[in-house]
Design a protein around this ligand. Structure first.
Ligand SMILES: [Zn+2]
Ligand SMILES: [Zn+2]
Length: 342
């Protein structure tokens, strides 16, 4: 361990019922193949909700960035490497990893911030393969945005198997942080005709600012309004709500032989009619999980070349000791990503 690393650190402890305390903990010692990362920031995420509601024995935080400050036995990543923390400790050998789908690894060793301590803390120990370096001159806030906001959305677009130059119109269901990232990613790929459906005024305004045509889901018939503008339907619909009404609208509006890519989590069934939807119109329903590490260099290049700028998605920046307030604000829906700085 480097001498510059202290022995104790502050970490967020999710107690349940929306209460988050800060506690003093031992700085973890990086194990074999692991590195110790000094956390720069960690972005709030909708999937932190179970920990927020019910409490968590581990420290959540799966959208972290930081700097490598120490290496465990066998780890070779240079001290000082700055990057994003990839949440899936993938096996690199299973069917999905062999297909490049490391985000959906079938034998993940851990999920950082879910099964093991994450980045709502000053330090986190992670397998070195989970550090995705960014360019030396890039601000580290960008690294946080290369995870769920851009990584997940670029992956969803790739999963659609529709070439960007064949996307004449796209529709995003849900203009939360993922929907916002999808607008940025699609625009970066040259897609200009993007609709975004939401029911939250703040998010509708964000979608407009980012260059989408915002559709207020509270007004009129969403499918008819999209189809009035795009008679054959969008060539790609991204479902980022998990809401059954939005899911139905997505299937109804999408063009024949075109995909609805699902990134919005839900425990409920996604109802699709085999005859009308799947057979008669050959519509496609595609799930998409996180992103593969092999996609990361392309996403980083999009950022480097200035094709995407995810900074507008970060609407709030708060220190770790305000993490409880940060989540209250985040759940109000009147934010993009809130970055927490330990
Ligand atoms: Zn997330
Ligand atoms: Zn695997």
């Amino acid at each position: 361990m480097s001498t510059a690393v202290p022995t104790t650190m502050r970490a967020g402890r999710f107690l349940g019922g929306g209460r988050i305390a800060l506690e003093s903990r031992q700085v973890p010692a990086p194990g074999p193949g692991e590195v110790l990362v000094r956390v720069h920031a960690c972005a709030t995420c909708g999937s932190d909700r179970p920990a927020w509601e019910h409490g968590s024995s581990i420290t959540p935080g799966h959208e972290g960035s930081g700097t490598v400050v120490a290496c465990g036995p066998g780890a070779t990543l240079p001290i000082g490497t700055r990057g994003a923390i990839y949440l899936v400790a993938y096996c690199d050998a299973c069917r999905m990893c062999r297909r490049g789908e490391t985000g959906a690894c079938l034998r993940k060793e851990r999920m950082i911030g879910f099964t093991h301590d994450g980045a709502y803390a000053e330090y986190v120990a992670v397998p070195e393969r989970c550090v995705l370096p960014i360019d030396p001159e890039m601000d580290l806030d960008n690294a946080n945005m290369l995870l769920d906001v851009l990584g997940t959305t670029f992956h969803a677009i790739r999963r659609s198997r529709v070439a960007p130059d064949q996307i004449f119109a796209a529709c995003i269901m849900g203009a939360g942080p993922i929907g916002q990232g999808a607008i940025i990613a699609l625009r970066g790929l040259g897609v200009s005709n993007i609709y975004a459906v939401d029911i939250n005024p703040f998010r509708l305004e964000m979608a407009t600012k980012l260059g989408a045509l915002a559709i207020d889901g509270r007004e009129g018939n969403v499918v008819q309004r999209i189809r009035a503008a795009v008679p054959d339907g969008p060539d790609l619909v991204l479902e980022a709500t998990g809401n059954q009404v939005a899911q139905r609208q997505a299937i109804d509006m999408v063009a024949a032989d075109a995909p609805v890519v699902v990134v919005g989590h839900s425990p409920n069934p996604f109802e699709v009619r085999s005859s009308v939807d799947l057979i008669a119109q050959e519509k496609l329903l595609i799930g998409s999980e996180y992103f593969g590490v092999a996609e990361y260099p392309d996403n980083l290049a999009m950022l480097r070349m200035g094709h995407v700028d995810p900074m507008p998605v970060i609407t709030h920046r708060m220190p770790l000791d305000q993490i409880e307030e940060a989540f209250k604000l985040f759940w109000s829906g009147a934010t993009g990503k809130v970055l927490i700085y330990p």
